[in-house]
Design a binder for this molecule. Structure first.
Ligand code: PGA
Length: 266
């Protein structure tokens, strides 16, 4: 079992998906700022609004000193080019984005993002000084066939093969079982731990134990204030990626507080 090192600060991330226009985003992040306590237990918090909100959220966060990192939900792997509708890593970096979701299951399933694109994008995000949060997870059918570990191994290998250990150590992986996303069904803390431990073992096989021990692995899929502390009590679960419950400042602040209380104990 892994012992969390000092580098494994808990990371709580809110993925707003295609919700909240920039005015709603300003209200939500302002409200969040008022609700966050002063002792956050050393944890990190990121919010990932739609592209059109980034500048507004960045301005509010900076102006009010809200302890939240700016995140994006997706980007292209190229710096520029004829890619209508896409946004590049340097564009995000210029806006002060620090964390970018890469390979969320909705991008993979609904927009055809491939393993190769995920691998190229996470590298591009790192080249521009940002932290990728690389999402992996099995479908309901794969779970029913007891193919979860095979699926995770395949996704982890495709994404991180030949990545330098120091690069691997600096990124974040989000384990998000697809059957748990937006469904109200959460993996049990034991299942989340087993999957995250499997991911870490695969990472160790690719880049060595030291790098794998430094990687933060989040759990995502119907995270709520009530289940956060239990999920974070698991040794290989280093944060949560929150969709629906991050849209409301009160529920996201309650998740942050649950994580902060676990952070104080780490
Ligand atoms: P959920 O979404 O918390 O609404 O299940 C999680 C995600 O898709 O990142």
């Amino acid at each position: 079992m892994a012992t969390p090192g000092p580098a494994r600060r808990l990371l709580v991330s809110g993925n707003w998906k295609m919700y909240h226009d920039h005015l709603a985003a300003i209200r939500t992040v302002s409200d969040l700022g008022l609700r966050l306590g002063t002792d956050l237990g050393g944890i990190e918090i990121s919010v990932h609004p739609p592209f059109t909100d980034l500048r507004s959220v960045q301005t509010v966060v900076e102006d009010r000193g809200i302890p939240v990192l700016l995140g994006a939900q997706h980007c292209h792997s190229e710096d520029k080019g004829a890619f209508t509708g896409e946004v590049s890593p340097p564009m995000l970096a210029r806006l002060g984005v620090s964390h970018v979701l890469v390979g969320h299951s909705e991008r993979r399933q609904l927009f055809g993002q491939t393993d190769d694109q995920v691998a190229a994008t996470l590298r591009a995000v790192q080249r521009h000084g940002m932290t990728p949060i690389v999402c992996v997870g099995e479908t309901e059918a794969e779970r029913a066939e007891e193919a979860t570990e095979d699926r995770l191994t395949a996704q982890v290998t495709a994404a991180f093969r030949k990545l330098a250990p120091e690069r691997l150590a600096a990124l974040v992986v989000a384990y998000e079982p697809i059957w748990a996303i937006g469904t109200g069904l959460t993996a049990t803390a034991e299942d989340a731990q087993a999957a995250c431990a499997h991911i870490r073992a695969e990472l160790a096989g690719l880049a060595g134990a030291e790098a794998a021990e430094a990687v933060r692995i989040q759990y995502g899929g119907s995270v709520k204030p009530e289940n956060t502390a239990e999920l974070l009590s698991q040794p290989d679960v280093d944060g949560v990626l929150v969709g629906g419950a991050s849209l409301d400042a009160a529920s996201f602040a309650a998740i942050v507080e649950a994580a902060a209380s676990m952070g104080r104990r780490r």
